[in-house]
Design a protein around this ligand. Structure first.
Ligand code: M6R
Length: 611
């Protein structure tokens, strides 16, 4: 949420900042802005505009109009104050000599604002960020770092900050607490970014700022300090993400590209873990003894990652016979969860930066649990703070609607369920082997599903005008429906809900009338007849039914449903992972027909770093 980029070097900063922001726009796209320091004139120029980055880039002719070789940029997801030019970042101090970009929320901003207003400081925006800029100026006596240090002792909340001052054209100050910030190292230059994709074109040498740390970027290098302002050495790591992976590569949308990349992503995720007929989990710290003594598993996540957890619950309980609870991360931390050292907490997050999930992780660790995370972004906060991380290796995911991260999370969690079952001896050897063979086939099976995309586009062309859609399924198909419904609503803006199919008649069926669209999910063979009965029920009340089932059940389903999508007949552990693909494609094509902004749906952001 909100993207920050910073550059100090020999080249003109504005074009580099705008290019970096274009890669961060998925984090927020309500407005954009840059502040550039010109060492020759001592001028600090701030330009910002509400709306997409293209508006600002157009006004600045790609940055050519703004001289100066140091600066910070920002793309905003509005929290305090509506999207407007005034509320855009950078926010500047009263004198116009200090500019700040911010990701996060300053929770005690109102009190600080009142304090400054009492001292006669005028405010021009509704943002919490302006308070930071004004407060730095209030404390500033010629030493920017000291002023920032005094501000940090007063502000509360979550923040990543990039700060420039006209008096110090040779430095950028960066601060982090609970919001991600990455430092990049180049020859005679240094970078700052919320996400590594913003600076990948310039450097692969990065370090991760920790909570409470402050960095001073100069052309000669980067100095870092801990919360007591003592110098700290930061380990520099090499990022191996492919630059092209973060480009559209000829596709119209990132979402479509990422859907199509799923077989490849699954190969990267699964192949190294399926060697020699065994499951190999890298540097796995959970001993067989811990697994045998584990009394409960909690899965904690948000959004689509939570839906992965819902599938995981069914699979883990069935295979391990251990109780599994799934909690929304935003609820977990406030519900006094019953967690102790015999509880394994599995945290799932694509970005590894979702604030609610990070806070839940910290709470779980505080309560003594072992935290295992499933994360896509290497080096992210959740990955670094977990006792054990398993990376999905899906590659950069840019579209706000998650696809390849979802399917790799799911594959990895299912694999983990089989691994635990193997350790616990809760499944017969033959079943264990059959599962491993099936996982090895998953990427190829997914390719077959993707080949059917034209058929799904056809169904989408017949359904895109609906104003409301219901998804229903049982067991893992219910969990799958939750994801299908979220995908559809987030990018097409069609109202949609998902129900356990048996639950519909306890209220929701009253909404079914002539022409209501119901997407019936019936891939899990054991419950196929039950879902069929529910299909008949909604059909009898006038619903149009688009069904998803396996090839072997196509004919049977086609006798009742209006249209049928299928996936190959695979091991039941893999059904949700394949089943989600037609639902992703369906949502994509419906949104395309409706002319929606697919990669940047309204009001959303890729990385949710506020509560
Ligand atoms: O990065 P995370 O996996 O922690 O993100 C969680 C949710 O914000 C995310 O899955 C969201 O629901 C997606 N936009 C869904 O497509």
């Amino acid at each position: 949420m909100c993207g920050i980029v910073g550059y100090i070097g020999q080249e003109q900063a504005a074009p580099i900042l705008l290019e970096g922001l274009s890669r961060l726009e998925y984090r927020g796209y309500d407005s954009a802005g840059v502040a550039v320091l010109d060492g020759q004139t001592g001028r600090l120029s701030v330009r910002k505009a509400s709306g997409r980055l293209a508006v600002l880039a157009g006004q600045l002719h790609g940055g050519a109009d703004l001289p100066g070789s140091a600066g910070v940029g920002h793309t905003r997801w509005a929290t305090h104050g509506a999207p407007s030019d005034e509320n855009s970042h950078p926010q500047v101090s009263r004198s116009g000599r200090i500019a700040v970009v911010h990701n996060g929320i300053i929770e005690n901003y109102a009190g600080l604002k009142a304090f400054l207003e009492d001292k006669g400081v005028p405010f021009t925006s509704e943002t919490d960020t302006e308070v930071v800029a004004q407060l730095i100026e209030y404390f500033y006596d010629g030493d920017l770092l000291a002023a920032v240090g005094r501000v940090l002792r007063r502000i509360q909340g979550a923040y990543a900050l990039g700060i420039v001052c006209a008096d110090c054209p040779g430095q950028i100050v960066a601060v982090r607490k609970d919001s991600p910030l990455i430092l990049g190292y180049g020859e005679g230059c240094a970078f700052l970014a919320s996400d590594v994709t913003a600076i990948l074109r310039h450097t692969r040498q990065v370090s991760y700022l920790e909570d409470g740390e402050v960095a001073v970027l100069t052309r000669q290098g980067i100095r870092c300090y801990d919360r007591l302002m003592q110098p700290v050495e930061k380990p520099v790591v090499q990022v191996d993400w492919d630059v092209d992976a973060a480009e559209k590569g000829g596709y119209e949308h990132f979402m479509f590209k990422e859907i199509m990349e799923q077989p490849q992503a699954l190969r990267r995720c699964l192949s190294p873990r399926l060697q020699g007929g065994e499951i190999t989990l890298e540097n796995f710290a959970l001993s067989g003894q811990y697994i045998r003594e584990m009394e409960k598993i909690y899965i904690v996540a948000c959004g689509s990652s939570y839906h992965v957890g819902m599938v995981g619950k069914y699979q883990l309980e069935r295979l391990t016979r251990r109780p599994v609870e799934v909690a929304l991360a935003s609820e977990f931390r406030y519900m006094q969860p019953i967690v102790d050292r015999r509880t394994l907490v599995i945290v799932i997050s694509q970005s590894g930066e979702t604030l609610d999930t990070l806070a839940a992780l910290r709470e779980a660790r505080r309560l003594g649990a072992f935290v295992l995370s499933i994360v896509n972004v290497v080096g992210s906060s959740i990955a670094r703070e977990s006792d054990q991380v398993l990376y999905t290796w899906a590659g950069p995911e840019i579209a706000v609607a998650t696809t390849k991260a979802y399917s790799t999370q799911l594959a990895l969690l299912s694999l983990l369920a089989v691994y635990f079952a193997g350790e616990l001896g809760t499944v017969p050897q033959a079943e264990y082997r059959a599962a491993l063979d099936a996982f090895a086939q998953l990427p190829d099976e997914m390719e077959k599903v993707l080949e059917r995309k034209d058929g799904i586009q056809y169904f989408a062309s017949r359904c895109f005008n609906h104003s409301s859609v219901f998804f229903m399924g049982r067991n893992v198909d219910y969990a799958l429906g939750l994801e299908g419904s979220l995908k559809l609503k987030e990018i097409s803006y069609i109202h949609s809900e998902a129900y356990a199919a048996g639950e519909l008649k306890h209220g929701t069926i009253s909404l079914i009338e002539d022409g209501t669209l119901v997407v019936a999910l019936a891939t899990y063979d054991r419950l196929f007849p039950k879902v069929m009965s529910n299909v008949v029920e909604v059909k009898s009340r006038g619903a149009g039914v688009l069904a998803l089932t396996t090839e072997r059940r196509r004919e049977e389903m086609a006798r009742t449903a209006d249209a049928v999508m299928t996936i190959p007949d695979v091991h039941d552990l893999l059904l949700p992972c394949l089943g989600v693909v037609p639902l992703q494609l369906f949502a994509y094509y419906v949104a395309l027909q409706r002319g929606c902004d697919i990669d940047k749906p309204r009001n959303l952001a890729k990385s949710v770093t506020v509560e």
